[in-house]
Design a protein around this ligand. Sequence first.
Ligand SMILES: NC(=O)c1ccc[n+]([C@@H]2O[C@H](COP(=O)([O-])OP(=O)(O)OC[C@H]3O[C@@H](n4cnc5c(N)ncnc54)[C@H](O)[C@@H]3O)[C@@H](O)[C@H]2O)c1
Length: 252
Amino acid sequence: MSLDGKVAFVTGGSGGLGRVHGLVLAKNGADVALTGNRNMDKVEAVAKEIRALGKKAMAVKVDISDEGEVKAAAEAVKKELGSVDILVNNAAFGIVRAVKITDMEKEDWERDLSINLTGAFNCIKAMMGDMAEKKWGRIINISSVTGTMGGFGQCSYATTKAGLIGLTKTVALEGARNNITSNVIILGVFDGGSFYEVGESFRERIIKRVPMRRAGNPEELSNAVAFLASEESSYITGTELVVSGGIDLFTF
Ligand SMILES: NC(=O)c1ccc[n+]([C@@H]2O[C@H](COP(=O)([O-])OP(=O)(O)OC[C@H]3O[C@@H](n4cnc5c(N)ncnc54)[C@H](O)[C@@H]3O)[C@@H](O)[C@H]2O)c1
C-alpha cells in the first residue's frame, strides 16, 4: 500500500488510537495533519514522531463541533501540506460515560452529538469539495460496536456511532462519481485510548466476551484505516468494516 503524495487529516490525533492512525498513515507514505482541541503539546509530540519518519506533519488546534473552526483548519492544512485527500473522523467525546437515559442531561446529549456526529459532518463538508476537484478522496469514519449493538448507559455515544453509519453510506453515494470513497470502521475494544479509562475489572469482563480473548492492538486497527485510505481499496465504498476480534458475534 502506498499513500505517497497524499495528505491525511486525522481528528483526535493526540488520543490513544488517533496517534497510531497518524503514525501508520505516515509509515505508508502520507503527510499528516493531526487535530486536537486541547493538550496541543500532546498533538505536537505526535507530529514530531511523524516528522522523524521523514514525512510532513502539522498539529492543528480545532474544536470539530465548530463549523467555522473546521473550515479554517482545512484552509490552514491546504496552505501548508496541500488539500486533504484522506479524512479520518476519529475524534469522539463521552466515550466511556455511563449514564442511563433517564439520568442523562440534555446538554451532555447535545455535546456528544455535536462532537461525534456533527464534527464528522463539519469535516466532510469542509474537505469533500477539494476531493471532488481532484477526483480522489477517502473518508473513513470511526464507529463502534456500541453503534450497532447499543450500550447500557451510552445513549448519546451509541446514537452518534450509529449515525456515522448512515452518514458514511450517504456520503459514499454522493462521492462515488468523483472517485471519493466513504467507509466506516466498527471497532471493538483496543489497548490504549479510552478503553483504559474504564476500571480494570470492567475491562477484564469485556475482554472475556471477545472471542479472541484480548483487546486489539491499535496497529491492527490503523492498518485497516491505511488500507481504506489507499488506492488498493479503490472499489470499496459505503461498507462497514468490523475490526473487533469477533466481539459482535454471538457467544455463549
Ligand atoms: N479505545 C477503544 O477501545 C474504542 C472502542 C470503540 C470505538 N472507539 C472509537 O475510536 C476513536 C478514538 O478513541 P480513543 O480510544 O483513542 O479515545 P481518546 O479519548 O483517547 O481520543 C479521543 C480524541 O478526540 C478528541 N476530541 C474530543 N473532543 C473533541 C473536539 N470537540 N474537537 C476535536 N477533538 C476532540 C480528544 O482530544 C482525543 O484526542 C473514537 O471515535 C472512539 O469512539 C474506541
